[in-house]
Design a protein around this ligand. Structure first.
Ligand code: SAH
Ligand code: SF4
Ligand code: F3S
Length: 443
């Protein structure tokens, strides 16, 4: 009889994509997926370590899961993902945890689960530089069968001094372009309308075989031509590697969405250097200018954090001023959280007091909300092509979708349905959402 597996995912989009891979591996081995945690024979929790609060969430969750194990003595619980890789041994000490597996070890999950019957608490935290999960059919985990992820690189070689990711995901590697094309065509066959190419730094994608040398702009071009009726997105780009070739390819193909997520982290050269980001404020602003001049309707978003080692009020002011110059449509903002084992944890004091971090974060968020509102107001009266993702949470008669700039738009449904491309005229905006009406005639 089939055993039932329940997968819960935390962290970034890469983890969402990995959970689809994990589902593919489990379902190929006589498991079936369930959406209710109470029905599961096996629970897999795919975790994140990027900031301390991401890990705290998992510890809290484990206390709840412990109570489920009291009710079902045969329940097996596995922790997978970045936190498993970072502190797998410690997680195994928790009563609720039966086994752990890191991001390169998912093919061994069915075996690890079998071992829980004989061994006490198995683990697989090995890195595998060749692992790209080639040949595994991913199983969608969300209800939305419109927009899908395709991982094109795994791991990271950048070693930004604050960041745990290179330690949890190992060295960077790129998938074979033929596998990527196959996966994208497969999604197209299943009627998906949009793909997002994923990697910690997609710009450094590179794969070569005896026929071709494929870098990221080349891969984008190949995909744009392969699936001309699908939207193509990518995330995330490292500013140091954002080439003019990529900007040109984006400008050339209609189906490549006009949105670039270009994490700046800080606006101060002193801090950028301590972060080992390998670019300056000036270089970054030059890239932004190149994008704005060649793709005028391109949306820009960023990750920014405050309170890194040695950040003074002046350094922080430089971050605020950069935000004002760029005018991001959207930004994800954080305060620095020291991660054990990173260069910063070993060599740079976490010396900005917590209350100062909090206060700076609040100022940053306030400024960004103002900028987002201003940018969204510029959209009023304009017409955008929107890919309909589903019914709005607030009202049954309303739909929501995204513009190619990745902005969420809510509108009256009319005859439109999930998966349609519709033209919507923007009437009202907030800092987070646009509201509009469908235009009946096409553009
Ligand atoms: N590879 C991506 C980022 C992955 S982590 C990139 O380079 O763009 C997502 C974001 O979390 C980072 O961009 C950074 O803003 C934030 N982050 C990473 N480590 C952090 C830390 N130790 N404390 C606070 N924020 C952090
Ligand atoms: Fe972390 Fe830097 Fe790699 Fe992004 S590029 S994952 S921030 S080390
Ligand atoms: Fe993603 Fe968190 Fe790992 S951001 S790569 S799941 S540490």
């Amino acid at each position: 009889m089939d055993k039932k597996v329940y997968i819960e995912t935390y962290g970034c989009q890469m983890n969402l994509a990995d959970s689809e891979t994990v589902a593919g591996i489990m379902l190929a081995k006589d498991y079936s997926g369930v959406k209710e945690i109470n029905e599961a024979d096996v629970i897999l929790i795919n975790t994140c370590s990027v900031r301390d609060n991401a890990e705290q969430k998992i510890w809290n969750r484990l206390n709840h899961i412990k109570s489920l194990k009291k009710k079902n003595k045969n329940l097996k619980v596995g922790i997978i993902g970045c936190m498993a890789q970072r502190i797998g041994e410690k997680l195994l000490e928790h009563q609720a945890v039966d086994f752990v597996a890191g991001p390169d070890a998912y093919r061994s999950l069915p075996e690890l689960i079998m071992e829980t019957d004989i061994d006490l608490k198995p683990k697989n935290l090995n890195f595998d530089i060749n692992e790209t999960y080639s040949g595994i059919e991913q199983i969608k985990q969300s209800e939305n069968n419109i927009s899908g992820f395709v991982a094109i690189t795994r791991g990271c070689n950048n070693f930004c001094s604050y960041c745990i990711v290179p330690y949890t995901r190992g060295r960077e590697r790129s998938s074979n372009y033929l596998d990527i094309i196959k996966e994208v065509k497969n999604l197209e066959k299943q009627n998906f309308k949009e793909i997002t190419l994923l990697g910690q730094n997609v710009n450094s994608y590179y794969f070569e075989d005896k026929n071709l040398k494929v870098d990221f702009p080349k891969l984008m071009e190949m995909l744009a031509q392969t699936v001309p009726n699908m939207r193509i997105r990518f995330t995330t780009s490292h500013p140091k590697d954002l080439s003019d070739d990529l900007i040109d390819v984006m400008a050339k193909y209609k189906n490549i969405c006009k949105h670039i997520h270009l994490a700046v982290q800080s606006g101060s050269n002193k801090i950028l250097e301590k972060m080992n980001r390998k670019y300056t404020r000036e270089w970054y602003l030059n890239r932004i200018e190149a994008i704005k001049s060649r793709i005028p309707n391109c949306a820009l978003s960023s990750d920014i954090f405050c309170g890194f080692s040695g950040e003074t009020e002046e350094d922080f002011q430089e971050t605020l001023s950069l935000m004002q110059i760029v005018e991001y449509d959207l930004a994800f903002m954080f305060k620095y959280s020291e991660r054990p084992g990173t260069h910063a944890a070993k060599h740079l004091d976490d010396n900005v007091p917590e209350d100062v971090k909090k206060e700076r974060l609040a100022r940053m968020i306030k400024l960004q909300n103002k900028i987002s509102l201003k940018k969204n107001k510029e959209d009023i009266g304009k017409i955008f092509e929107v890919l309909v993702e589903g019914k709005s949470k607030r009202s049954e008669s309303m739909l929501y979708g995204r513009t190619e700039q990745n902005k969420v738009v809510v509108f009256d449904a009319g005859n439109a349905k999930q998966g349609d491309f519709v033209n919507v005229k923007i009437l009202e905006v907030s800092s987070a959402t646009l509201k509009g009406e469908i235009l009946v005639e096409s553009l």
